[in-house]
Design a protein. Structure first.
Length: 239
């Protein structure tokens, strides 16, 4: 099955410079729920920045909007990300959402600034063999993602995220007033593009990311279930 998403992500078709691709090995997706208006978030933002350089981790920064009332409107925040965080809360039968929260492989959450706890959760996720194989590669002027079933049938939802690899913000109001913070892998679009039936190989075609951007794709069991497999490809800026 072929799923074209040429317009959904709004990524221009340009050539990649030194692309990084993740193929069917173990890759852990780490989602940081953060906010420019949260004074306890910068240490977690720094932890995510360190993770962003790892080939076996897809580190994503998702900015929520529920701290905007404190006097600073987060320039990256989307209510969609707040709702996604709430979906994890409901799936895990918890009563609250919080920042900074790290969600690892859709399975566990840890306080984002607790690097040791996070490292343990990532190591545990990487020890789980993916039941599905996901690869991304350049194909002509496009990207081609291929999803292949494993020996046992698994089903899920296919998600694609586009992110900015590096973005610096000068914050003038709110709890972080006066700080200039650099955020890594800031998600600016997240799309559920279809269901994975788990029976036949499936391909997704998409435009290549612009310089300074990356694309991640993953298969997740349900709206807020475990992530089964994932891959990323990035187009770093050339200084």
């Amino acid at each position: 099955m072929n799923i074209p998403i040429l317009a959904a992500l709004g990524i221009a078709g340009v050539a990649l410079s030194a692309p990084v691709a993740q193929a069917g090995g173990n890759v852990a997706v780490v989602e940081l729920y953060t906010s420019q208006g949260c004074n306890s978030c910068p240490p977690a933002d720094e932890v995510l920045a360190q993770l962003s350089g790892r080939d076996d981790v897809i580190a994503l920064s998702l900015h929520v909007d529920y701290w905007d009332y404190l006097g600073w409107r987060d320039t990256f925040a989307k209510n969609q990300f707040t709702q996604r965080q709430a979906a994890y809360r409901d799936a895990w039968r918890k009563s609250v959402v919080y920042t900074p929260q790290m969600v690892v492989q859709g399975r566990h959450d840890v306080m984002g600034s607790r690097a040791d706890d996070l490292a343990a959760a990532i190591d545990a996720a990487l020890r789980i063999e993916p039941p599905v194989k996901v690869t991304i590669e350049r194909h002509g002027g496009m990207l081609k993602c291929r999803i292949e079933p494993g020996p046992e049938r698994t089903v899920g939802i296919v998600w694609i995220a586009k992110y900015t690899m590096n973005a610096t913000v000068e914050i003038t109001r709110g709890e972080n007033a006066g700080r200039t913070i650099t955020y890594m892998n800031v998600v600016n679009s997240l799309h559920r593009i279809g269901a994975w039936a788990g029976t036949e190989p499936q391909e997704v075609t998409m435009p290549q990311p612009e310089p300074g951007e990356g694309v991640a794709i993953w298969i997740q069991a349900g709206e807020a279930g475990p992530i089964l497999a994932a891959a990323k490809i990035e187009n770093p800026l050339v200084e």
